[in-house]
Design a protein around this ligand. Structure first.
Ligand SMILES: [Zn+2]
Length: 354
């Protein structure tokens, strides 16, 4: 039985659930709860698959007191039903689902029933056909915006574009190195290209990903598995170092290299990757005295209600090439394959189609 838009015929849905750390996700039926104030029931069309879900599933974020739980934090779909007090969306609206908090009511968690008992869920989950989320994780989008491309506006694109425009505030004519060419790295490349950089250098260990970066506007490729990335970056910049280094690989050595690669007196390194819980990076504080800077970023300092409609407009005006970020498409049944492919470095941005 499926759910009819507007009127709920059945309260069952299907989800890929994390039951045990380091084990495959389990496909199961969940009973949808009735909506609390501030909650919204969304029929998912597409979900992004990102590094965060991989770290969660593999147990690399440390102890997980919420098991078993649902997963996923970016997607797009259509509103089926709204709970009391919801004003931002109505049934039939097309929406982006994003982990980044925006305007509206905040309901931090929800729960579903299953044959194996209770399944926990946070404010947003997208690896499921229907999801109960809260008002402030939803951004309504126009009918003309395709849901497939809209799904990337929940995490990859706001983070990548936000790093360039909000966090780093990159000046035009700069030299920019992007480490790690996954969903966020590709999105950084797209946004950086729009600033007319002097050099836009992609660094990864997979040639196919580097070629993809070049198709999207990178001017140079460095395969860090074959050459010493830091030495090549120095050479390219006449020994100075780059103006900006963005780390989106989520690796310790890459973070340290990215920091080392920025120029003295004003070079900026932005760390966007996730390290496994407990890992540390090491930098030379003398580099800080010499004026190298390093910052973190919280989703590219995105304000979803301000920024996501802007990305929709740019997509519809053919100024933001979202199609080319999507490299792999999976069904919900293939959610484990999607995580395996991501771990093996095969994927730019993978999406689940419902
Ligand atoms: Zn994400």
């Amino acid at each position: 039985m499926t759910i009819m838009r507007g009127s709920v015929m059945s309260r069952e849905t299907k989800a890929a659930v994390l039951c045990e750390l380091g084990k495959p996700l389990q496909l199961m039926s969940l009973t949808l709860p009735s909506l609390k104030p501030g909650q919204v029931l969304v029929e998912m069309a597409y979900s992004g698959v990102c590094h965060t879900q991989l770290l969660e599933a593999r147990g690399r974020r440390g102890l997980d007191p919420h098991l078993p739980h649902t997963l996923g934090h970016e997607g797009a779909g259509t509103v089926c039903e709204i709970g009391p007090g919801v004003e931002k969306v109505k049934p039939g609206d097309r929406v982006v689902l994003t982990w980044i908090k925006g305007q509206g009511q905040d309901v931090p968690s929800t729960q579903y029933k299953s044959d194996m008992g209770r399944v926990n869920s946070g404010a947003i989950s997208t690896f499921m056909r229907h999801t109960v989320t809260c008002e402030n994780r939803l951004i309504p989008i126009p009918e003309t915006m395709p849901l497939r491309e809209a799904a990337l506006l929940g995490c990859a694109v706001p983070t990548g574009s936000g790093i360039i425009h909000n966090a780093a505030q990159v000046n035009s004519g700069s030299t920019i190195a992007v480490f790690g060419i996954g969903g966020i790295g590709l999105s950084v490349i797209l946004a950086a290209k729009a600033t007319a950089p002097k050099m836009l250098i992609a660094v990864d260990v997979v040639d196919a990903k580097l070629r993809h970066a070049t198709q999207l506007g990178a001017t140079h490729e460095i395969n860090a598995a074959k050459v010493e990335a830091l030495a090549v970056l120095r050479e390219l910049t006449g020994g100075r170092g780059v103006d900006y280094a963005i780390e989106a690989a989520g690796r310790r050595v890459t973070m340290e290299t990215a920091f080392s690669s920025v120029r003295e007196q004003g070079g900026l390194c932005v760390i966007a990757g996730n390290l496994p819980h407990g890992e540390r990076i090491s930098i030379d504080p003398f580099d800080l005295i010499k004026g190298k800077r390093v910052i973190g970023t919280w989703g590219g300092e995105t304000s979803p209600d301000r920024d996501i409609p802007k990305y929709v407009e740019r997509y519809l005006a053919r100024e933001l090439d979202l199609e080319s970020l999507i490299t792999h498409e999976y069904s919900l049944d293939q959610a484990n394959q999607a995580l395996d492919d991501l771990e093996e470095g095969k994927v730019g941005r993978g999406i689940i189609k419902f």
